[in-house]
Design a protein around this ligand. Structure first.
Ligand code: ZN
Length: 114
């Protein structure tokens, strides 16, 4: 099953400590139904140097969020929206596009090939 959130989408967080924050999806973990959103749900990791030449330190990185906790922001009406699917015919081929259930705008998939 593919998720209705794609890499490159703008989403907003519905629940949890990052509720209300929004950002761009930088990674989709389809098997886990999780997404990584740029600048959201940051966790700090303490890195110990494994070799004497390595520098230890604290790094901040995004932890994945459950896809059910985020909602796509429609690029047209700029509001979090539920999506539907519409089938278009392009050169005689069926192409499924996502649509915003609020304003009906087609939502392009930013990185459909990845
Ligand atoms: Zn919309």
């Amino acid at each position: 099953m593919s998720l209705n959130i794609k890499k490159g989408d703008k989403v907003t967080v519905l629940t949890g400590k990052s509720k209300g924050e929004s950002g761009k999806v930088i990674s989709v973990l389809t098997a886990d139904k999780r997404v990584v959103v740029e600048g959201v749900n940051l966790v700090t990791e303490h890195n110990k140097p494994r070799k004497s030449t390595e520098q230890g330190g604290i790094i901040t990185k995004e932890a994945p969020l459950d896809v059910s906790n985020v909602m796509l922001i429609c690029p047209k009406c700029n509001k979090p929206c539920r999506t539907g699917v519409k089938t278009n015919f392009v050169d005689g081929k069926k192409v499924k596009v996502r649509i915003c259930k609020k304003c009906g705008a087609e939502i392009a998939t930013p990185d459909s090939t990845k």
